[in-house]
Write a protein that binds this ligand. Sequence first.
Ligand code: ZN
Length: 195
Amino acid sequence: MFLELFGGIACLDFANTLDGRATARPEESLRSYADLSDWSAYAGLIDPATAARLQRRGTDADLRTAVVLREAIFEVFAAVGRKQTAPTAALATVQSHYAEAMAAARLVPTEPGYDWQFTGDDPARAWWPAAVSAIRLLTDGPLNRVKVCAAQAGCIGLFLDTSKNRSRRWCTMDGCGIEAKIQRQASRRRAARHT
Ligand SMILES: [Zn+2]
């Protein structure tokens, strides 16, 4: 029921929960708090049992807080993907959400090192890992692999290009990749007719 996770990293997957942003009909995956906690479990940020518990407490206000973070993450990484400077206000929003997440985080031993862990039933737990993921990507990179889907239809989905020669241009090969191919073929046919 949710969009394929093509972002390659939690924060970009989160940003992509509003799909087709530059089209006439953007598709919103997060219409309620239940959508948010379900998506968070779907994306592996929380486990399904936690999602079910959070759902009983989450409100529309919790959803709005999450969406504010999502939009800021999108603005920041869309700028990064376009080799522009991230807007200061969006950076500040990501930073303040991250600070809130960190206030609730516990450092625990994991294999092979230590990592942040979230426990409890605060509804904000559904987005905390996305805030951590965004700050990690910003501070540790690889920022030069952050890309904006090149589809002309206006997808502008964000993804981490992990291909060896950094040649990935589209969010998904069977979605925007196919559309771009069809458009190329159509314009080649048009060009052929005019010669
Ligand atoms: Zn796309």
